[in-house]
Design a protein around this ligand. Structure first.
Ligand SMILES: [Zn+2]
Length: 160
């Protein structure tokens, strides 16, 4: 790997910047980038921004990192069907952790929170069917959370 790469309008640090900030370059590459940063405002700005970000990463606890890992890769969507006095919800959930407990909640446009379903994931992809005593046009959003209340993903929904 060369530390400096040509990104089309001259030779800049480019993708090596992340490694540079984390201290992952060899001494020769490190010196080359340091020299470049002294003369290049664009790369210097990028360096400063990344430096701030890695500062935040250092502040994350093991619990935070575990939570981020749980959030990563969870995707969901829901379809709502209106009936007289209630609605049925079918949520399709992907990227779940088998054996982990989840809660699907619904926020209404008057600020109520309805628990749609509590369930333990049996497979990494599953559908959840539920009835809720809420009209489709009163629904604002669905959210999938862990049982301790951590938000994993907001669930886009369509109404039939
Ligand atoms: Zn540059």
């Amino acid at each position: 790997m060369t530390a400096l790469e040509d990104d089309g309008d001259g030779t800049h640090v480019g993708t090596a910047m992340g490694l540079h900030v984390l201290g992952g370059l060899n001494p020769r590459e490190h010196r080359a980038i340091e020299r470049h940063l002294r003369g290049c405002d664009a790369c210097r700005t990028e360096y400063d921004e990344l430096k701030v970000l890695t500062g935040y990463l250092d502040l994350l606890s093991q619990d935070d990192i575990a939570e981020l890992e749980r959030m990563a890769g969870v995707t969901a969507s829901a379809a709502v069907t209106e009936h007289a006095g209630y609605a049925t919800v079918r949520a399709d959930l992907h990227g779940l952790r088998v054996g982990e407990a989840y809660r699907l909640v619904l926020l209404t446009n008057d600020g109520r929170i309805e628990v749609v379903a509590d369930f333990v994931a049996g497979t990494d992809s599953q559908s959840v069917d539920a009835q809720v005593p809420v009209a489709a046009n009163e629904m604002t959003s669905f959210t999938l959370t862990s049982t301790d209340g951590g938000v994993l993903v907001t669930v886009p929904f369509t109404t039939a």
